[in-house]
Design a protein around this ligand. Sequence first.
Ligand code: SF4
Length: 378
Amino acid sequence: MSRIYVHFPFCKRKCIYCNFYSVSREDLKSQYLEALSHEIELRADELRGATVETLYFGGGTPSLCTIDELVAVAQKLRSAFIFAPEPEFTVEANPEQLTTSYLRGLRKIGVNRLSIGVQSFDDEILAMLGRTHSAATAKAALENAFATGFDNVSIDLIYGIAARQPGQWRQELKEAFSHPITHLSAYSLTVEENTLLHRKIRNGALPPLNEDCAVDDYWTLIYEAGNHSFEQYEISNFARDGKISRHNSAYWAHTPYLGLGAAAHSFNGTERSWNAADVNRYIQGCAAGAPPRESETLTLRELFNEYILLRLRTSAGIRFNDLQQRFGAERRKKTEKHLIKLPTTFYISDGEHIVLTAEGRLHADNIAMELFETGDEK
Ligand code: SF4
């Protein structure tokens, strides 16, 4: 069983909070797609014999590609790898590209899951974030998606924005849930280095983030999601009717995946590799038969730290027997002892298995850090 991620590193312009690798150089798109086609050929052997269960086109903005361009990538992948009969096939899209004809084209390629970058249903907030669409465009994109027959649609929203008026976040969630979406990814605004948001806060053009606002918004999110039968299956991800992202769940379960395209990461269970985050180098490398790629072999300690970090964020939680099988009895004992000393409102456990509650997940990263192993490898 395998997963494939394909990165499309082009955006109309950079959103102020974004630190994903993308460039505003659509003139390089056709050379990039040619390079991607080469990389697919070059790496076809890496999944030899495995069946691809999920395919994810992310970015950047995959929907800046024409349908014909996406068809070519999908065909190339299908000729190089073995796919399950109905793989989960997700495409990230920005609302402004989701016309009915574009959406029909996506369905014809086999796309059965959309992840739409809505971020907010308020024009002022969208403008502040540097987004290129309006609230009306986002609503129209959702209507078009359902009218074209998509029944597995996720949207992204951002919270923790102090510029929202009191009650506005709740209204935006209500707007989101008034559409028949099956999945919501809601992220707290964070300030990453090398982003416009970071610079604007540093030079005083925007106020620093307000942590109380983020926590209040988190609780509003938990309440409204629960009210609309959405389960929080990962700290930032909510699904109804079991429509979790199978692709992203595999990341959180720490299972292998193949990443193609500039800046894409791959993981084979012990080794992580990543292509250069540089479109020009990627194009040149693929043309020369060697996409620029670096790799590292993860030690058992690093795998343990990642396992703890990822599992504590999800509703799958930690099964102590599984942890023991992967990392040994000593790590199990230490983890179990630490977690059951947390405040009782932070977790649910039957002794074999522990899952953080919505309150506990608010502290998941800190709890994980307390468990992280440092120092020499054991
Ligand atoms: S559209 Fe997405 S990938 Fe592109 S800059 Fe904005 S947040 Fe980043």
